[in-house]
Design a protein around this ligand. Structure first.
Ligand code: ZN
Length: 101
């Protein structure tokens, strides 16, 4: 997977298409990512005690990694990431501007 936690990505499809945010969680098994503050859904939280009120909170819903694109910090555009091998290290780079991602 070319995307990792903390990456800035842009959503490419769905109701939040075009918005960008930071990856806060990744599930490698399901290949789904959670983006901070995006792809939200409303969740009803039941009161746990009698004097508490139930409330509705927004929770970011995991989305398929194929629906997001990495945003390059240098050219500020959704970038396709590539890899360059330097010595023994593989470095992730932006295919457009060649900056290290
Ligand atoms: Zn770039």
């Amino acid at each position: 997977m070319k995307i990792k936690k903390g990456d800035k990505v842009q959503i490419t499809t769905g109701k939040d298409a075009g918005k960008s945010g930071k990856i806060i969680d990744i599930n490698l098994q399901t290949r789904r990512v959670i983006i901070d503050g995006l792809n939200l859904y409303k969740k009803h939280v039941k009161p746990r005690r009698q004097d508490e009120k139930g409330e509705i909170i927004d929770i970011p819903r995991p989305m398929d990694v194929s629906n997001v694109a990495l945003v390059c910090a240098t050219c500020k555009k959704p970038a396709r990431a590539g890899y360059q091998v330097e010595g023994k290290k593989k470095i992730r780079v932006c295919r457009k501007c060649k900056a290290t991602l």
